[in-house]
Design a protein around this ligand. Structure first.
Ligand code: CAA
Length: 258
């Protein structure tokens, strides 16, 4: 497996695990970390042996944001010409399901990376925030859009305009995270959930992810038609035959395309 400087990459069964590994900088997402993370998950995405990916942090943080020290001296032309943060778009194009396992701080770009994942499992010590306003800027990795879609305008405005952090309990209440577990269990809970997903039919899981994501991109009627087309298309798969035969045969399915 490729060695990286800023992340650790493992595979457990059919689940990929990427651990952000700059704990002395609270896993601040500098350009090198972004490039490594995107390269690692892109390789997993096209690996038939991987069915789901977990992204987690280390030490006190999932990630405390984009690297402020790296950005501080940049000018407008530098940011524009480099198209700073553009690399994250590749993360959002992954087809296999991704889970953020968040322990500690998920701030700024860290919160935005968690929101790029398909679901967030939080430790009870998690703190989410978009504190860019305190730096004289605003979220730049999609936070103003994804947070608003996830939690609604009122909470998103509150977090983005005041920079206030919310704890795991508030994050679950407002729909930002799907589960809260004791901090010590967050990675194992995420790996278990990812293992469950990786045990399903891979084309069905990829289509389901595509359909849910379409809810953010399209109107209701168009989204429902898109879903229905995907539903129809899965009837071309052996896994649909197997899943339905297993149900009628009162046995567990053995999906071929996992
Ligand atoms: N960038 C670069 N370095 C960071 C960092 C970041 N986002 N967050 C923390 N660090 C570094 C600190 O500078 C410090 O390094 P040194 O030991 O070399 O001084 C180290 O990590 C530990 O941090 P603290 O000493 O500050 O730890 P703390 O426990 O006292 O505070 C914290 C924790 C409240 C999270 C605080 O570190 C903090 O406020 N971090 C910045 C959070 C932030 O503003 N994030 C948004 C970044 S901008 C962004 O993300 C833009 C975007 O939308 C993509």
């Amino acid at each position: 497996m490729t060695e990286y400087a800023n992340i650790l990459v493992e595979q457990q069964g059919r689940v990929g695990l990427v651990t952000l590994n700059r704990p002395s900088a609270l896993n601040a997402l500098n350009k090198a970390t972004m490039e490594e993370l995107v390269a690692a998950v892109t390789a997993m995405d096209s690996d038939p042996g991987v069915g789901a990916v977990v992204i987690t942090g280390s030490g006190k943080a999932f990630a405390a944001g984009a690297d402020i020290k790296e950005m501080a001296d940049q000018g407008y032309m530098d940011m524009y010409v480099a198209d700073w943060f553009r690399g994250w778009e590749d993360f959002t194009r992954l087809r296999i399901p991704t889970i953020a396992a968040v322990s500690g701080f998920a701030l700024g770009g860290g919160c935005e990376l968690a929101m790029m994942c398909d679901l967030i499992i939080a430790g009870d010590n998690a703190k989410f925030g978009q504190p860019e306003i305190n730096l004289g800027v605003l979220p730049g990795m999609g936070g103003s859009q994804r947070l608003t879609r996830a939690v609604g305008k009122a909470k998103a405005m509150d977090m983005i305009l005041t920079g206030r952090f919310i704890d795991a309990e508030e994050a679950e209440r407002c729909g930002l995270v799907s589960r809260v577990v004791p901090a010590a269990d967050v990675v194992s809970e995420a790996l278990t959930a990812a293992g469950v997903i990786a045990g399903k039919s891979k084309p069905a899981a990829m289509a389901a992810k595509e359909a849910v994501n379409a809810a953010f991109e399209t109107g209701l009627a168009q989204g429902v038609v898109f879903e229905r087309r995907l539903f129809h298309s899965l009837f071309a798969t052996e896994d649909q035959k197997e899943g339905m035969a297993a149900f009628t045969g009162k046995r567990q399915p053995e999906f071929k395309h996992r």
